[in-house]
Design a binder for this molecule. Sequence first.
Ligand code: NAP
Ligand code: 8YV
Length: 324
Amino acid sequence: MRDVLMPAPMMPMIAEQLAGVATLHKLWEAPDRDAALAALAPKIVAMAVGGGHQPIDAAFMGRFPNLKIVSSFGVGYDHVDAAWAGAHGILVTNTPDVLNEEVADTALGLLLCTVRRFPQAERFVRAGKWLEGNFPLTDSLRGKTIGILGLGRIGKAIARRCEAFGLKVVYHGRSPQDDVGYLYFPTLLGMARAVDILLVITPGGPATAGLVNAEVLDALGPRGTLINVARGSVVDEPALVEALRQGRIAAAGLDVFADEPRVPQALIEMDNVVLLPHVGSGSHHTRRAMAQLVIDNIAAFLDGRPPLTPVPETPWPVAGAKAK
Ligand code: NAP
Ligand code: 8YV
C-alpha cells in the first residue's frame, strides 16, 4: 500500500511531490470528511501533517490500523502524540536543523525590535510625528546579559549571534551542554534573576507548559525583557500580560502565543510589546527545505529506507507495535 493522507493543506510542493511517489488523499477536499476517513482508514500507511493547530493525537492516529509514519512539518511536534505513536509502532518525523539559522535570525530581529523599539519608531515616522520632534531614546543591548532557556540546535545558533552582538550569554536547560563555554544555570529562577533578557527556545508540550510563570517574570524584573520564539504554552500568558501591565517586566517580543492565531487584545494594545505572527522559519528558502524533509521522510519509508529525521520518541527501527 502506498496511500498517504494529508489531513489539511500544506505547501503545494509537498502535495505535488507526494502525488508523484504515492496515492495522495487530500482530506480537506472530501465532501464528507467522516465518510472519507472511514473509507480511507484501512489503506493509509503514511500521513503528512502541518505543524500547527490540528492535534494528531491518539484518537486520530488510532483510526488508521495500518498507519506506519507521520511526517510532520516543523521541528516542534507538540501537536503530535509521539509517545503514543512510538508505543504503537508508528514512526514520527520532524524537520530539524534546516531551520536553525532562519529562526535564530528571527529571534535576533525580534530582540532588536523589542529593545530598540524599531517597530514603534517606524510607526512614528509613518504617523508624521518626526516633524514634531525626535523619537525618544530607547534601552540598549550594550552591557547586557541574555539568558537562553533551551540551548539546543536553535538556541545555539541564537547564542552565536548574541555573542557577535556583544551580549554575555548564559543558559538553562535540564542539563548542561558539553559543547559550549557559556555559564549554565541549574534553575530557571536563578538564571532569570541574573539576566537582563530572557529568551525562550525550548520545545512546547506538557513538560515545558507554563515554565515562565509569574515568579520567573518577577525574577527577570522591571528592567527585564522577555523574548519567546518557542511555543506560547511555555509562557503563562495571563501572568505575562499582568507583569507587563504592572511594569513588573519592561518589554516583551513574542513570535508565538497560547491560542494561535488569536493574540490577547491586552497584548495588542500594549506599546512595549512587539508581536510577530509565528514567522520564525517563515522564508521561502527555509520553508522549502522543511517541506523537502517532510517529502523525503515519506519517500524513504515507501522505498523501505530508514527515515531521515525520526523524533527521539520513535527511534528507527521502530520497536514492536502494540495493538491500536
Ligand atoms: P532542540 O535541539 O531539541 O533544543 C531544545 C532545548 O530545550 C534543549 O537544549 C533542551 O535541553 C531544552 N529543554 C527541553 N525540555 C526542557 C525543559 N523541560 N526544561 C528546560 N529546558 C528544556 O530543539 P530545537 O530544534 O532547538 O527547537 C526548539 C523549539 O523551538 C521547537 O521544539 C519549537 O517548539 C520551537 N521553534 C519555534 C519556531 C518559530 O517559528 N517560532 C521555529 C522552530 C522551532 P535539555 O534537554 O538539557 O533540557
Ligand atoms: C513552523 C515551527 O512554522 O518548526 C517549528 O517548530 O514552529 C515553525 O518552524 C511551524 O511548525 C509550522 O506551522
